[in-house]
Design a protein around this ligand. Structure first.
Ligand SMILES: Nc1ncnc2[nH]cnc12
Ligand SMILES: [Zn+2]
Length: 330
């Protein structure tokens, strides 16, 4: 039995495995510029975030109907459950679909179809977080928030993703204010490729409660001190950091130093179809590569539930935390 955990940094579009991509392409009459899954897999060598995003957006062309989004989410939840995930807070990128003529309703209703039965069929509770693409305009983000209004009962919060450098958090101040007024929780990718100042700006200008990645905080000791003091969770994605060349090899990942500094770190998979592993695989890989002992692994699992947006259901959080405490390593 795997260690029980929450996954807090997972782009549902990043769970599109080559096999499902080809299946959906055939179903929807979409031609992919790859002969087969083997040729597609060969494209999974990235130099940086942008080189990954190019493929990530290209493959989304196969996602067209509610059933496609339901199948995508269901495939993820099946794998996640098998790796010990008990709760998942799932990002989606509506602008990438709206731009292709796929409506907000298709995306949210499709994802909801899988999510609403997930607890029953997979034993995984779920929440949806709608991300804005930071390399698109602030106006587009605001229009997207408007388009999501009929579906806000299904969406717990907002996030910010895509190409980071040159698109500082402050660009999205108004849309984050509007989302806060609607009662939405706020997170943002910051400090993945962008500088530590973007992390500070996400906290001060956007009012985020969690920082996605936050890796580069380690370059600024005062920022680290603040993140520790304010217990701001970081959703780290170590396999992603290696594949997108933020760190050279997993053995060099600063996770041990970040835990040692007292940061509230969580470990997540980001885009598991592209980065070589789901969250259980990621836990296993960091344990092996970084020599984390069992109690550090338990800390990571505990942190994942503490950092989750389960505030509306403290009883459930307590139940999950009790599972972590009772877990016996094999
Ligand atoms: N790791 C990542 N960083 C920024 N945007 C993303 N979209 C999907 N994965 C992402
Ligand atoms: Zn991400």
């Amino acid at each position: 039995m795997p260690l029980p955990k929450a996954e807090l940094h997972l782009h549902v579009e990043g769970t599109l495995e080559p096999e499902l991509a080809f299946e959906l392409a055939a179903r929807n009459g979409v031609t992919l510029p790859y002969a087969d899954t083997e040729e597609l897999r060969k494209a999974y060598l990235f130099d940086d975030l942008q080189s990954f995003l190019n493929l990530y957006y290209e493959l989304m062309a196969v996602l067209r109907t509610e059933q496609d989004f339901a199948d995508l989410a269901d495939a993820y939840l099946t794998r996640a459950a098998a790796q010990g995930v008990r709760h998942a807070e799932i990002f989606f990128d509506p602008q990438a679909h709206l731009a292709r003529g796929v409506g907000m309703g298709t995306v949210v209703e499709g994802l909801s179809r899988a999510l609403s039965r997930s607890e029953r069929t997979h034993g995984v509770s779920t929440q949806l977080i709608m991300c804005f693409l930071r390399d698109e305009s602030a106006e587009s983000a605001m229009e997207t928030l408007e388009a999501a209004r009929p579906y806000l009962d299904r969406i717990v919060g907002i996030g910010l993703d895509s190409a980071e450098v040159g698109h500082p958090p402050a660009k999205f101040r108004e849309v984050y204010e509007a989302a806060a007024a609607l009662g939405l929780r706020r997170v943002a990718h910051a400090g993945e490729e962008g500088p530590p100042a973007y992390i500070t700006e996400a906290l001060d200008v956007l009012g985020v409660e969690r920082v996605d990645h936050g890796l580069r905080c380690m370059e600024d000791p005062e920022l680290v001190e603040r993140l520790v003091r304010e217990r701001v969770p970081l959703t780290l994605c170590p396999l992603s950091n290696v594949r997108l060349r933020a760190v050279d090899v997993l053995e060099d990942h600063p996770l041990p130093a970040m835990l040692e500094a007292g940061l509230l770190c969580t470990v997540n998979s980001d885009d598991p179809a592209y980065f070589g592993g789901y969250v259980g695989d990621t836990f296993h890989a960091v344990r092996e590569a970084l020599g984390l002992d069992r109690e550090r692994m338990r800390d990571l699992a505990r942190n994942s539930f503490e950092a989750s947006f389960l505030d509306h259901d403290e009883e459930r959080r307590a139940r999950y935390l009790a599972e972590v405490e009772a877990y016996e390593f094999g």
